[in-house]
Write a protein that binds this ligand. Structure first.
Ligand code: DX5
Ligand code: ZN
Length: 217
């Protein structure tokens, strides 16, 4: 089943509760929260206090995408703030096995994100411990970037490696690119600008879901 995850990064932060409610009412399955530390990526966003505030105004599951150099230092705080899913980057500085130990201890669903230019083989030994792999379809750091089509074969390769968990794709997902990644086997589609730019969020979510479901094998 395809899940649509609006990325809060493209929302209007002056009226956060309204924005969150608009996508929840519009049929979003989960909410994607992009955490950036100004070090792992050249941009800064928000931390656990904002995640806790968002958690108060929605029943949607929260998917925290940590674009930070030291995920191990912060996973406890994000879990406490209400994160249901936490993904960290394989390119981050901490030992991935130790981060996964922490996520298992905290009882949150674990994902590892991978940049477009990192070899998938780095994930192979960790796959049995993951509920999700986040295949980046842009270089992380900013919303509104153009989808990189060269990452699509990676989705199939993950399945060929025997990975049966969720495959999330993040970056440049819209009605045109959603069917391409869904056909390759992606199950969780993150969409920032394609959901939050239009006034009618329900229509945007429905259109992306319909395009993706129509292409699923
Ligand atoms: C990029 C973030 C994405 C971003 C997606 O670093 O991880 O989640 O918000 O935004 P769009 O859908 O506009 O590419
Ligand atoms: Zn993201």
């Amino acid at each position: 089943m395809i899940k649509i995850l609006p990325s809060l990064l493209s929302a209007d932060f002056t009226r956060l509760a309204f924005e969150v409610e608009s996508v929840e009412r519009g049929g979003a399955d989960m909410l994607h929260l992009d955490v950036m530390d100004g070090h792992f990526v050249p941009n800064l966003t928000f931390g656990p206090p904002l995640v806790a505030s968002v958690n108060k105004c929605t029943n949607m599951a929260l998917d925290c995408h940590l674009m930070i150099s030291h995920p191990l230092r912060y996973v406890d705080a994000f879990a406490k703030a209400g994160a249901d899913w936490i993904s960290f980057h394989i390119e981050a500085q901490d030992e991935p096995g130790k981060v996964l130990d922490a996520l298992e201890r905290l009882g949150v669903k674990a994902g590892i994100a991978i940049n477009p230019d990192t070899t998938l083989y780095r994930l192979r030994p960790l796959l049995p411990r993951l509920q999700m792999v986040l295949v980046m379809s842009v270089f992380p750091g900013f919303g509104g970037q153009k989808f990189i089509p060269e990452v699509v074969p990676r989705i199939k390769e993950l399945r060929e490696m025997g990975f049966t968990g969720e495959i999330e794709v993040d970056g440049g997902i819209d009605v045109t690119t959603a069917p391409i990644v869904a056909a390759a086997g992606a199950t969780m589609l993150v969409a920032g600008s394609a959901v939050f730019k239009p006034q009618d969020r329900a229509a945007a979510i429905t259109a992306i879901r319909a395009a993706a479901c129509g292409a699923q094998v």
